[in-house]
Ligand binder design. Structure first.
Ligand code: FAD
Ligand code: NAD
Length: 464
């Protein structure tokens, strides 16, 4: 692929895996003057995940929250290569990465292995199922755009099927029962969006069955949102109660069937709960590629939850690989905030590393030609500054979550303490915070237009 890449053999090659929060913020911040850059990801766009729950009910359209990766790379100083492909193997000794194009159109040249000088490992994580039977077959995850689309189709399918003539009462009740497993922020935000759809639109479009819709959120721990403050947990649970979202805490799903789940309560009693739509949001686990890489570094990679790095994001056992975001099992929570700060830090660090290399060469030349000691001293000082790379430190900007009925919660670091707030004003803050962090003017415009459209005309219930 070298010829297509516009590669400069004198420059080092950085291969970037993934184009999620970590890799995209790396790409955006990197000055690629000194590097050949190759991006490899199975999707060709960046997804603004915080607004993904809004796509499941049509509050936002899918295209409003994605941005083509080529939009970022085309504005770079030097040409970058972008391949829509899945990395399948990494050889940390030979320093090569193998990737595969899954497209059916490509039936001649599907798999390629290329060398890297540095590898940016930002492949994220997979959905956790804890090996529970039936989850993958019958549950809907909420991580990628295709998941939100699947949920939207399935939800509308349940509504249309429940409206079909002659359905039994029992079948209508099952189809109209939406079960969410996992009371982390993903499950809570999804339940909130679903509630909005019920209140704002369902009664208009499906008046005959609207009152049958039930939402149940199942959480194994004693409360939802364990990472938020006690006050906001109570606020969320009481908002859910008044919104008729049934929250079942201390209840764990043990088995998933096509039409019902088996749960175990705190007294170890089991119950069967019929459902029409099941959304599964029980957190993350390491991707197969990460497990494969960890298997090649068995002495250093002993944490099964994900990749272990040092404080400079270097993969333990493979210092030319930098891992960030959800792929890493470390001291930070798997959030967009962490991943994007790591991406920015890494971009600056790689630029400093390139500067240091150049200064080393300059110094060698000066010494070889017995240059003026003052010039040598000046370069040594510059080199020391470039070689002094502080370790990555995370700065927490607070946590926000939308909980439905135009309310959001916010846990914000405030001076030395924290500030918790919930309600409509917080929802406006939530909206403006996300709008300002959306990557492009195009996305901001599309999202605001979608919000206005829904306010004026309601959500669209046509099922493509
Ligand atoms: P990701 O963003 O998941 O990106 C991984 C990338 O790797 C993707 O581009 C993927 O296509 C690619 N990839 C996968 N496999 C391969 C492979 N084999 N080879 C190459 N590329 C590969 N966090 C917050 O801080 N605030 C929020 O409000 C928030 N809301 C969220 C809402 C939802 C619904 C979800 C699911 C998550 C939310 N998060 C939020 C968490 C946040 O999305 C993640 O922590 C973040 O995406 C992690 O970034 P990442 O770059 O590590 O991984
Ligand atoms: P999570 O890990 O935060 O929560 C999963 C929940 O599922 C846990 O509370 C767990 O107890 C529960 N659970 C696990 N197995 C269960 C079972 N069998 N039955 C019932 N409950 C079960 O997962 P998430 O919500 O997907 O979030 C993943 C990451 O993304 C987190 O770091 C989160 O902070 C971040 N995120 C943040 C936001 C936000 O800030 N607004 C939104 C979404 C995700």
């Amino acid at each position: 692929p070298g010829e297509q890449l516009d590669q400069d053999p004198k420059k080092k090659t950085v291969v970037v895996l993934g184009n999620g929060w970590g890799s995209t913020s790396f790409l955006k911040s990197l000055d690629n003057e000194e590097y050949n850059v190759v991006v490899v990801s199975p999707r060709n766009y960046f997804l603004f995940s915080p607004l993904l729950p809004s796509v499941t009910v049509g509050t936002l359209e899918a295209r409003s929250i994605i941005q083509p990766t080529r939009y970022i790379t085309r504005h770079k100083k030097r040409k970058c290569a972008v391949y829509e492909a899945e990395a399948t193997d990494i050889d940390p000794v030979k320093k090569t990465v193998t990737f595969r194009d899954a497209s059916e159109t490509n039936d001649t040249h599907k798999e390629v292995t290329i060398p890297y000088d540095y590898l940016v490992y930002g492949v994220g994580a997979e959905n956790q199922t804890f090996g529970i039977k039936g989850v993958k077959e019958h549950g809907c995850f909420l991580k990628e755009l295709k998941d939100a689309d699947r949920i939207r189709r399935k939800l509308l399918d349940c509504l249309e099927t429940a409206s079909f003539t002659g359905q039994s009462e029992e079948e209508i009740n099952r189809l109209m029962h939406m079960v969410v497993v996992g009371g982390g922020p993903t499950g809570v935000e999804y339940a909130g969006e679903l509630h909005d759809f019920l209140i704002d639109d369902l009664r208009k479009w499906y008046p005959e069955i609207a009152d049958k819709l039930r939402i149940t959120l199942i959480e194994a721990l004693p409360n939802v949102l364990p990472a938020f403050s006690k006050q906001l947990i109570e606020y969320t649970e009481s908002t859910f109660r008044s919104n008729k979202i049934d929250v079942m805490t201390r209840t764990a799903v043990k088995d998933v069937g096509e039409k019902s789940v088996i749960v175990q309560d705190a007294n170890k009693n089991t119950h069967e709960i019929p459902y029409g739509l099941l959304v599964w949001a029980t957190g993350n686990t390491a991707r197969e590629l990460s497990r494969k890489l960890m298997g090649k570094l068995p002495e250093q990679q002993t944490n099964r939850r994900g990749i272990t790095t040092d404080e400079h994001l270097r993969v333990a056992g493979a210092p030319e690989i930098f891992a960030l975001g959800d792929a890493v099992a470390g001291q930070y929570a798997p959030t967009a905030q962490v991943a994007s700060q790591q991406g920015t830090w890494l971009a600056r660090t790689l630029v400093k590393m390139a500067q240091a290399e150049k200064l080393k060469e300059e110094l060698n030349q000066l010494r070889a030609t017995n240059a003026d000691p003052a010039d040598v001293e000046r370069v040594v000082k510059k080199l020391n500054r470039a070689a002094d790379v502080p370790s990555f430190t995370y700065s927490h900007q607070g946590s926000l979550a939308y909980i439905g009925s135009e309310k959001a919660i916010a846990d914000l670091p405030f001076f030395n303490g924290s500030f918790s707030s919930g309600g409509v004003a917080t929802m406006l803050f939530w909206r403006s915070a996300y709008i300002s962090s959306l990557y492009s003017l195009r996305n901001r415009t599309l999202v605001m237009a979608d919000w206005a459209k829904v306010k004026l005309f309601g959500r669209d219930v046509s099922r493509e």
